[in-house]
Design a protein around this ligand. Structure first.
Ligand code: PMP
Length: 374
């Protein structure tokens, strides 16, 4: 028998930890569209090698240590004299962010605006967090980050490089200064590094015991797998590994990810195409009256519009193009993911219609979509 008295939203809410009560869920709903440019995915689906998925034994648990895939990551990505004990696997890098905060606690410090999950996961875990505003040119405030961290001897700084959603790569020198002076852990999140032409922080791991680097397969053609990696010195990896749930990456994803890493060269053509299309989209946006695109090292471009961003979002969607409205987190701005040439042309055409005067939309300062998730 169900006890009616204990049911109902009010009753349940009274039982929820206050930090969770105040959270807004990640809204995973699919918005129908013709051209999906909202989630920083790759426009190119890459087939997994023949027979790879067939060989998966569905009756057995996945390899809890994901040895094959960690070894493939270490071989492909890590500097010499390291190995798979410098790598941890996650169900996407999201899960590794969760594991890191679970392991090291707070304060969790990050520049703003940035990827929203650093703050959301900190809140879910009941850990204090602080956003340190970026300077006007979107450069990181290293002194501000250090001040925010200095309150305690612990804590984690999350630094997305290139940064989502601004697209720029923060100064390497400033990040190294934070790593050198911080008492706690500094995580450089390189989800978009493959598009940047800038060297990875992986080469600094040997010298800094408080440095960790996050990477993911999600942006280079394998978002469906949910596979991310944490790279750091083995003593850091061993601690984070204690909070990782067993069997966190399923066998299909492990097999496909190992195959992708062993054949990473096959992904490079797609990365190059995205980078060259990024230039074309940037130039097209620059030519539109009142539109300001911001230079990007990632697979997306942040751009400011002279109209109400919520209306730009709606009008683009009417044309079948799904964007991300970043207002008010980044006031007056939207973000477009770089797609195929055809998809990008559809986006450019929809923007041209709006900015060439045909669709004069008054800027109203309405809130629009608030989430900055993907
Ligand atoms: N870090 C950054 C900066 C991101 O933008 C994202 C996803 N958009 C992630 C991490 C999470 O990636 P994953 O799919 O590996 O969980």
């Amino acid at each position: 028998m169900r006890n009616k008295k204990s049911e109902g939203p009010a009753g349940i809410k009274g039982l929820v930890r206050p930090n969770v009560l105040a959270l807004t869920p990640y809204d995973a709903k699919e918005i129908p569209c013709l051209v999906k440019l909202d989630a920083n995915e790759s426009p190119y689906a890459r087939p997994v090698g023949p027979g790879i998925l067939k060989a998966v034994k569905t009756n057995r648990y996945p390899d809890p240590l994901a040895i094959d895939v960690r070894r493939a990551f270490a071989k492909r990505m890590l500097p010499a004299r390291t190995g798979m004990d410098w790598v941890l696997h996650g169900n996407g890098s999201d899960e590794l962010i969760y594991n890191l905060i679970c392991t090291f606690g707070g304060p969790v410090v990050y520049p703003t605006p940035t990827f929203s999950m650093y703050g959301k996961i900190a809140q879910a875990l009941g850990v204090k967090s602080a956003g340190v505003p970026l300077a006007g040119d979107f450069e990181i405030d290293d002194a501000g980050m250090l001040r925010a961290l200095a309150g305690g001897k612990t804590g984690i700084a999350f630094i997305s490089r290139p940064n989502n959603p601004t697209g720029n790569s923060f100064s390497e020198e400033k990040i190294l200064r934070i790593i050198g002076r911080a008492q706690g852990i500094v995580v450089v999140d390189e989800a978009y590094q493959p598009f940047s032409g800038k060297k990875s922080f992986l080469r600094h791991l040997g010298r800094h015991k408080n440095l960790a680097v996050l990477m993911t397969l999600s942006k280079v053609g394998f978002a469906a797998l949910r596979v991310g990696f944490l790279a750091a010195r083995p003593e850091l990896i061993a601690e984070v590994n204690k909070v990782r749930l067993p069997f966190n990456v399923n066998s299909y994803s492990q097999a496909a990810a190992a195959d992708a890493l062993r054949n990473f060269g096959r992904l490079e053509g797609g990365i190059r195409k995205v980078v060259s299309e990024r230039k074309r989209v940037f130039e097209a946006l620059s030519r539109m009256k009142g539109v300001t695109p911001y230079p990007s090292d990632a697979n997306f471009i942040l751009f400011r519009v002279p109209l109400d961003p919520a209306k730009v979002y709606r009008l683009a969607l009417k044309e079948g193009v799904l964007l991300r409205n970043l207002s008010p987190a980044v006031d007056g701005c939207l973000r477009v993911t770089i797609g195929t040439r055809k998809e990008n042309s559809a986006f450019i055409e929809s923007m041209k219609k709006m900015t060439s005067g045909g669709q004069a939309v008054k800027k109203s300062g309405t809130s629009g979509e608030k989430r900055v998730r993907k």
